[in-house]
Write a protein that binds this ligand. Structure first.
Ligand SMILES: Cc1cc2nc3c(=O)[nH]c(=O)nc-3n(C[C@H](O)[C@H](O)[C@H](O)COP(=O)(O)OP(=O)(O)OC[C@H]3O[C@@H](n4cnc5c(N)ncnc54)[C@H](O)[C@@H]3O)c2cc1C
Length: 402
């Protein structure tokens, strides 16, 4: 065996697991495989950079267990390592009487998950975020923070390498024999004690190579962003979010003052044609588009979690006018020429349970003979990463008896 641990994917999840292993077992021999030539090319380098509080997640979920602990750990890590981070807070605003009912649920989550949150009326919202729509009330989350995600990845990479972890870039894992504990890339062969699959949008494919997660498929959704013109960006002090649809894993288009003080609007959750379909058509092969199309069609017909509604509301967001209309609901005024094009776009790989035909709402981790597969590292996996890694280590690598 030439590595105790072979980790597939150098995104935030793979790096955080390597960090956790090194904390527990400093002498462990760890190799990370990364198919790209540099870090941050996919979700971990293309997200909103928000450290969420965990208010969205019902208390019996892994997301609820890990989000707050993860945010606290990430915040402390950033401060200790001079990574830009700012606790700006955010308001969640209701946009109708009906929608305001969702605020009670969110407050109940906050209470159960030990999160600081305050119900705020119109006057209070106007004091915190004067440009936010406020007539239906909202919630103020003072602990929401923004962080430089790419710098987190780079700092982790440097620290891990200093501790002897090796990262082989330009190496795509294409085969696993989990019984024999061997794996192959396009031109190298590795043997391992345990393989950890943290391959993000490809985690389902990697799992299948090890014979795991046969009834799961990742379906990509495109997260497009616009930017607020600099001359009006002062209208948004921190972040303004809508009350999300609790049946769906996406939070809805929102305003975020990111760590460099630009204000981004987005992201969308438009069904995409490929796992790297960052352009209109680029990054999607016809075969992949067909497979994804079939999966989307099945969801559309079965309509779990009112999936049709998501499709009907999200696809129009390709048009700027429709995007602005969605963003407009959150603020008092938004002129079309205030909303500028942004090259920022991310892919949100969402796990579909093909046996039950539904979108998985929580993190999902499955085990093979000698492998662990992180199958649904969706938001808030960046926020939760350190706590998630700790949970994976104590549950699967060094299981602690209950
Ligand atoms: C638009 C958008 C906004 C988001 N906003 C937030 C937010 O504000 N806060 C938050 O907490 N979360 C947010 N998220 C979610 C968060 O970014 C992700 O949950 C997290 O980054 C997932 O990390 P990962 O390591 O699993 O995936 P990735 O970052 O995608 O890393 C996986 C890595 O595996 C590599 N890989 C894939 N296949 C192979 C293979 N076969 N061999 C070798 N390497 C391989 C890839 O190249 C990639 O580098 C957002 C996501 C998106 C897309």
């Amino acid at each position: 065996m030439n590595h105790d641990f072979l980790i597939v994917g150098a995104g935030i999840v793979g790096l955080s697991i390597a960090r956790e292993i090194k904390i527990r077992e400093p002498g462990a021999k760890i190799k990370i495989l990364e198919k790209e030539s540099r870090l941050g090319m996919h979700a971990s380098g293309r997200n909103s950079g928000v450290l969420h509080t965990g208010i969205y997640y019902p208390p019996d979920t892994l997301k609820a267990k890990l989000c707050k602990a993860g945010a606290d750990a990430m915040f402390a890590y950033a401060e200790a390592n001079n990574i830009p981070v700012r606790r700006d807070g955010k308001v969640i605003v209701a946009t109708s009487e009906e929608n305001a009912k969702g605020l009670d649920k969110l407050m109940a989550n906050a209470d159960a998950n030990g999160i600081r949150a305050k119900r705020v009326n119109s006057d209070e919202i106007s004091q915190i975020e004067p440009h936010a729509r406020s007539e239906f009330g909202g919630i103020y989350c003072q602990d929401t923070a923004v962080i430089d995600s790419v710098m987190v990845l780079e700092t982790l990479r440097a620290q891990l390498m200093a501790k002897g972890v090796t990262i082989d870039t330009d190496q795509t894992l294409i085969g696993i024999n989990d019984e024999q504990r061997t794996a192959v890339t396009q031109n190298r062969r590795y043997s391992y004690g345990q393989l950890i699959n943290a391959a993000g949008a490809y985690a389902d494919q990697v799992a299948r190579l090890a014979g795991v997660g046969q009834h799961y498929q990742l379906v990509p959704f495109k997260g497009l962003y616009y930017k607020l013109a600099p001359e009006v960006s002062g209208l948004i002090r921190s972040s303004i979010y809508p009350v999300p649809n609790e049946a769906l894993p996406f939070l809805g288009i929102h305003f975020t003052r990111v760590i460099n003080n630009e204000v981004y609007i987005g992201p969308t959750a438009i069904p995409a044609l490929g796992r790297e379909n960052y352009g209109v058509l680029s990054g999607a092969s016809p075969i992949e588009a067909l497979t994804i199309g079939a999966q989307l069609a099945q969801l559309y017909v079965s309509n779990p979690q009112n999936f049709r509604n998501l499709v009907h509301s999200e696809i129009p967001h390709y048009r700027k006018a429709s995007f602005i209309a969605a963003a407009c609901r959150l603020v008092k005024q938004l002129e079309p020429d205030w909303v500028k094009h942004s090259p920022k776009v991310g892919i949100r790989p969402q796990l579909v349970n093909t046996r039950d035909v539904r979108l998985e709402m929580d993190f999902v981790v499955e085990q093979g003979s000698h492998s662990i597969h992180v199958l649904n590292a969706i938001s808030p996996a960046f926020t939760s990463a350190f706590a998630f890694a700790e949970w994976i280590a104590s549950r699967f690598i060094w299981p602690v008896p209950n």
